[in-house]
Design a protein around this ligand. Structure first.
Ligand SMILES: [Zn+2]
Length: 154
């Protein structure tokens, strides 16, 4: 077998992590933050935080806020607690984003957090406060659960 030139060897080595972790870019985020996020997901021991979960959570959060107009939006409960169906509840998407932000290294964390906060601003404008959330809402310490919910998202 012919001996490889050192340059070719280095190129082969640097190509390896790229192959193991495809440059999967999360819409709206830099490649660097997308890769950091993919790493957090790959190393996660949390059932709800799996490869692709952050992208799905962002899409879900955006979709909830998407309908035009000023009519209030009401988060709805998910009928199944599995990690797919849980996204039926937009508040679950927000939980996932919170968890990823917490686990990211600082620069990636700041970028994702800025992104999520912009969506949070819209969420606050599009939902109504629930004054009785502490009594009737599961995990009401999370501010995004202290909003009126129920019915169907239409
Ligand atoms: Zn399910």
């Amino acid at each position: 077998m012919p001996r490889k030139r050192p340059g070719a060897l280095r190129a082969a080595q640097s190509a390896r992590p790229a192959r193991a972790l495809p440059p999967f870019r999360i819409h709206g985020l830099s490649l660097r933050t997308s890769v950091a996020t993919a790493l957090v997901e790959a190393l996660s021991d949390d059932y709800y935080l799996y490869p692709g979960a952050t992208d799905r959570a962002l899409r879900r959060y955006r979709a909830f806020l998407h309908p035009p107009g000023r009519r209030p939006r009401y988060p709805q409960d998910a009928e199944c607690g599995c990690r797919g169906c849980s996204f039926d509840d937009v508040r679950h998407a927000r939980d996932v984003l919170e968890e990823v932000v917490r686990r990211l290294p600082p620069s990636a964390r700041n970028e994702l957090r800025r992104h999520v906060r912009a969506l949070d601003d819209r969420y606050v404008r599009r939902t109504l406060p629930d004054p009785f959330a502490a009594a009737r809402q599961w995990r009401s310490e999370d501010w995004w659960r202290r909003r009126l919910s129920g019915g169907r998202e239409t």
